[in-house]
Every structure is written in C-alpha cells, then in structure tokens.
Write a protein that binds this ligand. Structure first.
Ligand code: ATP
Ligand code: MG
Length: 390
C-alpha cells in the first residue's frame, strides 16, 4: 500500500536562513544511509522531505531512515495523483488496515494545501470521516477527542496523500553540521554511547583507541573495531586511530607510583588524542566519563585528566547513571558488543589501589621523571589507521 515516506524533522526547521543547508545535508545523509538498499528518490517539497519507496519493503527502509540524525519521525504514506475521490479511497484503505490491526476508534485530520478545493480543511475532515463511517459502519467508532488512530488526509497542489503512523527517529541535528569530534573509544559500555550522543548533535566522528598489544589481545582490538562499525551505521564512515601505549605504561610503571598509573596514562591518552585531533581538524575530544563512576572519575581525577589538554573535552555522560547509559547502549545496538569479556589496556595495568583524590601538582611532579614528549611522539609515529564502515 505505502509508496512514500514523509520525513519529519524538528529542530532543523527553526534554523532560519540556514534551514536549506540543514535540509540539503539531511537529504544527502538519507541517500547515503539508503545506498546499500538501493537508489532512492529523496526530495524536498513544500518544506518537507519525502523518500519514494518504489517496490521496497517500507519497514526495512524506515528502519534505516530513522537512524539519520535530525529526523524526529518517519510516516509511511500513500500518495496518488490529485483527485479528491481518490483521497477518500486511500483513507478508506488505510482505515481498513487499522481495523484489521485491531483499532477501536479513529478520527480524520485533513490539510488543504491547494485552495482550489471548495472545502476547508475542517470540512474535508467531516466529509471524508462521513464517507469512511458509511463504508466501515460500526466496525470502528469515531472519537474526535482521544482516538486510537488518526487518518491524516492531505489535498495538495500536485497530489493527494494519506497516512497514519509515525515511527520515532532519534532527533538531533544532521551529521556534519556541527564540526568534527575525536572520541576516545574504549571497548566499554560508556564511550560508544558518548560518541553516539555527540554525533547525534551533528558532529562528524573520528575515534581513537589505546591498546597495550601484546599485553592486550588482538581480539580486544577487534571488539573496538566492531563498536566503531556499529557507530558507522549512524555516522557514515568512521576513522579509527589505534595507538599502542605499552611503552608509555612501562615507563610509568618504572618511574611513578603504582597508584598513579591510571591517572597518568589517562593524561597521556588525552594528550595524544589532542594532537591527532589537531592534525585531523577535530574541534573537540569526547570521553565516556561520568562523575564518580570509577576511581579515575572523581572530581579530582577528572580535574587532572582535563588539565592535560587545552582542546575542549565533551563528556556527554557526565551526569548520567549507569542504568541510563545502558538503556541508550541497548537502544543503539552497542551494548551486546560492549559486554564481551575482553581486557582493556587500563585494566591490564590497573593499580590495586588507585588514587581517588589525585592532586594535579603531585601528578605533574611524577610526570617530570618521564620523557613525556618522546613517549608521546613515539606512540604517535606508530599509529595505525583504519576506516570503518558498517
Ligand atoms: P568505558 O565504558 O567507555 O570504557 P569506563 O567506565 O570503563 O568507560 P574508564 O575506563 O575510566 O571508564 O574510561 C573513561 C573514558 O576514558 C572512557 O569512556 C573513554 O572515553 C576513555 N578511555 C578509557 N580507556 C580507553 C582506551 N583504551 N582507549 C580509548 N579511550 C579510552
Ligand atoms: Mg573502560
């Protein structure tokens, strides 16, 4: 029945003069995400975006389209040549389907986009509603206050259209409309969610992962790659920078207090990420930190980590509880991969009793025993890069 999708976008509708930039970006992103399925006609018409379905299964197409950031909802619709009686038939077809699905009450909502029709929008609703009742009799009730289903009918300049359901999207802003972020991606639950949230606000995403191969396994790197691929489903291609920090961790282990291992290696990670970010024209770093979640994420820990770089650091999960983070991880499809039991470089070298209230001056003093610049440069010289696609 359905031959087109109506794409509804919220926030980008209010961007004034920049609106068309956002809309064009959205169209491009929808086309991109649909590429593996086929070549779809995606177009803008009277301030709305449509995706023509051809012979494709509409549920399959919606499943993809709703992943595009900036979309608040997708409605499967039937569209036909401009003919008022045809519109009534489409409405009836749709209502019959709803009755079959078990709906008990309905109402008609109409829009007259073409003033050549002699009925007003309200009169349209009455007229079409009356027609529908005459056809379906008492198999479904009319309820204008609180109907189970709304049959939406539109009479427009070039066509007529009927639709009812809306499949919710994730909202946000179209990718690529808000600069570029470098996300510190571990194999855990949090950092993939943090990356996704920032991408949802329109930032293009690159990821950087730190490992201690051969102390950490190849499998743990595979896991991070898999997480990057899931993110690529939403973000298009994701570039992953893989950095071996084994030598750095050995150096810290030799010269610094054991309890400072985590916080100092975290500061190295941030500095390396900052340099790679600059090279890749990224505007900010992203981490999955959340206040008080682990020893290194106390206020003092976060302060020490933060002080190692000057680039802005975005922490979208900062005030979220683990259960809230897990909910999002499940929704976006990263959770199952994140909980696979692979070790992380931090866990391999984690101290038995990490400092929970590190003092920045003490940490900086410990770092003076290290050739920080050389360690960072060596790690950067050996970075491996991979472009991930879903
Ligand atoms: P996650 O679930 O994201 O691993 P976590 O709760 O385990 O987070 P930490 O291990 O303290 O917390 O890490 C805090 C943040 O530091 C992570 O969210 C991530 O952004 C970054 N990070 C930690 N380890 C790595 C790593 N090996 N590679 C890249 N980033 C890392
Ligand atoms: Mg972790």
């Amino acid at each position: 029945m359905y031959n087109t999708l109506i794409v509804k976008y919220g926030e980008i509708g209010v961007k004034g003069k920049n609106r068309y930039i956002f809309e064009n970006k959205l169209i491009k992103n929808i086309k991109n995400i649909l590429k593996p399925l086929g070549d779809f006609k995606v177009y803008k018409e009277f301030g709305r975006i449509y995706v023509d379905l051809e012979d494709y299964d509409y549920e399959e197409v919606i499943e993809e389209v709703k992943k595009v950031f900036g979309i608040v909802g997708v409605c499967p619709a039937v569209r036909a040549e401009k003919d008022y009686n045809k519109l009534k038939e489409l409405a009836l077809q749709m209502l019959e389907e709803k009755i079959q699905e078990g709906a008990k009450s309905f109402k008609v909502e109409s829009r007259r986009g073409d003033k050549s029709l002699e009925l007003t929008s309200q009169e349209m609703s009455l007229d079409i509603g009356g027609y529908l009742v005459s056809q379906v009799k008492d198999r479904i009730a009319v309820d204008v206050r609180n109907p189970e289903v709304k049959i939406k009918c539109e009479y427009r300049q070039t066509h007529v259209m009927a639709y009812s359901d809306t499949v919710a999207g994730y909202g946000g802003l179209p990718l690529g409309t808000n600069g570029r972020a470098m996300s510190l991606l571990s194999g855990g639950i949090d950092s993939p969610v943090a990356s996704w949230m920032v991408a949802k606000r329109g930032m293009d995403l690159e990821c950087i992962h730190f490992h201690s191969y051969p102390f950490t396994s190849e499998k743990s790197q595979e896991k991070v790659k898999d997480l990057g691929k899931i993110l690529a489903k939403y973000c298009g291609r994701v570039r992953l920078h893989k950095v071996n920090i084994l030598e750095i961790q050995k150096a810290i282990g030799l010269s610094c207090k054991e309890e400072e291992m985590t916080i100092i290696s975290r500061r190295f990670m941030m500095q390396i990420a900052e340099r790679v970010a600059e090279k890749r024209h990224c505007d900010a770093l992203v981490t999955g930190e959340s206040i008080g979640q682990v020893a290194s994420q106390t206020i003092q820990g976060l302060t020490c980590t933060n002080a190692s770089v000057s680039i802005p650091v975005f922490r979208p999960l900062i005030a979220m509880d683990k259960t809230e983070i897990v909910d999002i991880a499940q929704k976006i499809g990263t959770f199952e991969t994140s909980i696979l039991p692979e070790e992380d470089c931090c866990t391999v070298f984690s101290p038995k009793k990490p400092v929970t209230k590190p003092k920045l001056d003490r940490i900086e003093m410990s770092e003076r025993k290290l050739d920080v610049e050389k360690l960072i440069q060596d790690a950067i010289d050996n970075i491996e890069v991979e472009d991930l696609e879903f």
